[in-house]
Design a protein around this ligand. Structure first.
Ligand code: PLP
Length: 370
C-alpha cells in the first residue's frame, strides 16, 4: 500500500506512541486528584503544555487542550463572538468546514458573517481585507494554510490590518502546524487552532492558542480543567503524545521541506512526461508535500477509487468532503475551469514517502487516465 494522503491524517510517530504508553497503562491517575499517584499525570500535562508553547513561540498558559481542530475552531469563533458585543465576523471563502459551518451556525443565531474572496492561487489579499473591514467587525478568521491546495496565507499582514480596527484575528493552523515554522508572537495572531493527527500525533487531541488577555467564553461547562475554560478529564496520554510529535516535527521542518519538495517536483516532471493534461492548483508558497491536481475531462472520484484498487491512497480534495461528490468549495473559489474542476485530486506526501512511491503513483495515474 502507498499512503499519499498525509493531509487527511498522518501515521502516529513511534516516539509519540512510546511516550503515551505509560499514561495509558500505569500512570493513569486523574490529574485533578490531590494524591501523589496523580502527580505524574499532572506534571506530564504541564510539561506537554510547555513543549507545545515553545514550538509555536507562545507562553504555556496560552495553550488550551481540546479534542482537535474542529473543537478549537468552534471554540475560537463561538467563544470569542459570544464574549463580545460586536456582531460581525469575517472569514475566508476557502476555510475548512470546521470554520465555515461554525460561522453558519453563528449566522443562524443572528450574527453577521462576511466572506473574503481569494485569488486564483487561493490567497487572501490583504488589500481585500482592507476593503471589507471596519470598526464593527469583532473577529477575522483566515487559515494559515489551506488543507486542499496547500496555499499559505499572509496571516501576519492580515492580523495587523485586523488590529488597526480593534478586531481580533484567529487562524486555523490545523494543516500547517508541525509543517511550517510558527511564531505566534511575531505573527501577531490572537488565536490559533491545531490538531495532533496532522503532525504524526494521536487523533482526537488538539489545542487552541489564546493570547493572554483575549476575552473568550469557556468552551465547555463542568469541572475546573484548563483553567475553567474547557471542562472534562484530560486525555493525558494523547496530550503527551501530541507534544512529543509536535516537537519532533518542528525539529525537522527544514529537512522535511527539502525531501517533500523533491517528491513534488519529481511527480510533476513525470506527469508532464506522460503528456497528461492537468492544472496544478494552489500557490507557489505552499505547504510542502501537498499537490492538488485537476485533470481535464475526468472524475476525481473515479481516479480515487481506481487508485485504491491499485493500493494507493489519495484524496479527491478534502477528506472531510469525500462523501460529497460535488466540486469542493475551495476548487470553486479559485475558479478552476469547469472541464478540469471535476477531475481534481489531492496527493499529499509525508516523511515516509519515497521517489519509488512517486514513480508508482505516476504510472497508476497514467494507466487510469489514458
Ligand atoms: N481545519 C483544517 C484546515 C483541517 O484540515 C481539518 C481536518 O481535516 C480540521 C480543521 C478539523 O480538524 P480535526 O480533524 O482535528 O477535527
Amino acid at each position: 500500500m502507498i499512503y499519499a494522503d498525509n493531509a487527511a491524517t498522518t501515521q502516529l510517530d513511534l516516539d509519540a506512541y512510546e511516550s503515551m504508553k505509560k499514561y495509558l497503562l500505569s500512570d493513569f491517575g486523574n490529574p485533578s486528584q490531590p494524591y501523589s499517584f496523580s502527580h505524574t499525570a499532572k506534571a506530564a500535562i504541564s510539561e506537554a503544555r510547555e513543549i507545545i508553547a515553545e514550538c509555536i513561540g507562545a507562553d504555556s498558559d496560552e495553550i488550551f487542550f481540546t479534542s482537535g481542530g474542529t473543537e478549537s475552531d468552534n471554540w475560537a469563533l463561538k467563544g470569542y463572538m459570544k464574549a463580545h458585543k460586536k456582531k460581525k465576523l469575517i472569514i475566508s471563502s476557502i476555510e475548512h468546514h470546521a470554520v465555515i459551518h461554525t460561522a453558519d451556525s453563528l449566522l443562524n443565531e443572528g450574527y453577521e458573517v462576511d466572506l473574503l474572496d481569494v485569488t486564483h492561487e487561493g490567497i487572501v489579499l490583504p488589500s481585500w481585507l482592507k476593503m471589507k473591514i471596519n470598526e464593527d467587525v469583532a473577529l477575522v478568521s483566515v487559515m494559515l494554510a489551506n488543507n486542499e491546495i496547500g496555499s499559505i496565507e499572509p496571516v501576519d499582514e492580515l492580523a495587523e490590518i485586523a488590529h488597526e480596527y480593534g478586531t481580533a484575528f484567529h487562524t486555523d493552523a490545523v494543516q500547517a502546524a508541525g509543517h511550517i515554522p510558527i511564531d505566534v508572537k511575531n505573527s501577531g495572531v490572537d488565536m490559533l487552532s491545531a490538531s495532533a493527527h496532522k503532525f504524526n500525533g494521536p487523533r482526537g487531541i488538539g489545542f487552541l492558542y489564546i493570547k493572554d488577555g483575549t476575552k473568550i467564553s469557556p468552551f465547555m461547562d463542568g469541572g475546573a480543567q484548563e483553567r475553567h475554560m474547557r471542562a472534562g478529564t484530560e486525555n493525558v496520554p494523547a496530550i503527551v503524545g501530541m507534544a512529543v510529535a509536535l516537537k519532533k516535527n518542528c525539529n525537522i521542518i527544514e529537512t522535511e521541506k527539502k525531501h517533500l519538495h523533491m517528491l513534488e517536483e519529481e511527480l510533476i516532471a513525470r506527469l508532464y512526461q506522460k503528456k497528461l493534461q492537468f492544472i496544478r492548483n494552489g500557490s507557489k508558497n505552499h505547504l510542502p508535500g501537498i499537490v492538488n491536481l485537476s485533470f481535464k475531462d475526468s472524475e476525481g472520484e473515479m481516479i480515487l477509487h481506481r487508485m485504491d484498487l491499485l493500493g494507493i491512497c489519495i484524496s479527491t480534495g478534502s477528506a472531510c468532503d469525500s462523501i460529497n461528490n460535488q466540486i469542493s468549495h475551495v476548487i470553486k473559489a479559485i475558479h478552476v475551469p469547469e472541464e478540469y474542476a471535476t477531475g481534481t485530486i489531492r496527493i499529499s506526501f509525508g516523511k515516509d514517502n519515497s521517489i519509488e512511491d512517486v514513480k508508482i503513483i505516476v504510472e497508476a495515474l497514467a494507466k487510469i487516465l489514458q
